[in-house]
Design a protein around this ligand. Sequence first.
Ligand SMILES: [Zn+2]
Ligand SMILES: [Zn+2]
Ligand SMILES: [Zn+2]
Length: 246
Amino acid sequence: MKFEFLGTSDTGGIPLHHCTCKVCQEAREKGISNRSTSAYLTLDDGSVILFDAGCDTLMDRFNTVTIRAVFLTHFHADHCLGLMRLRKSVTTIPCYIPDDSNGFGDLFVHKDSLRYRVLNPLESVEIQGVTITAVALVHSKPTLGYVIRTKTKTVAYLTDCGNIEETMLTFLHAQKIDHLFIDACYSDGMLSQKHCTPQSAAALIRRIEPKNGYFIHASCQTLLPIREKKIKAEYPYIEQGFNVEV
Ligand SMILES: [Zn+2]
Ligand SMILES: [Zn+2]
Ligand SMILES: [Zn+2]
């Protein structure tokens, strides 16, 4: 099985519209378009489980692939925009969501093919031998992270978050996580409970003690001082297409 990222950027993405910084110029030269953070797990039978649906081209990417379920972290546009199209699928798609009555746009008015189910923190769902457990994250909207346990590996997908409460940290530490991906959107020095910085995300990784830690949800402003070697990030920022065998 494979856990792969469709995108690893923040809302603006890389390259950012009209931005001429080194990070964005380099992305343009390489033909890279790294957009909203979202990922998917490919199961043994070729079907997939989506983690977030920020990518607007999910219908194309998974045109002939069975989508077993979507696990949504929260209802910000950069994580749920793809649901607008996915809901028009002719097959039913279970969509696990945090408890947020506001949702996004008219997604709750016109549910179409999406079957929503609210998950509470520490609630688990099993799909084809894979256990997915929700964890509460501190963000500006009700938000869940997900711990994904296969037969061989455990992955934590933690976006968006500005912090993680102690009970959740204790739970995450006990999971013995192999690969942990965490929001490190803001530049060091930006104090907020909406998104972590490289410093605050690294502190959370050290507390959880996974085998491997990675930063996601990057903006070019966050990456620029690292690219220019003005600061050193303790963990790598991964790019779209990054994947791990699980
Ligand atoms: Zn830029
Ligand atoms: Zn968000
Ligand atoms: Zn986001």
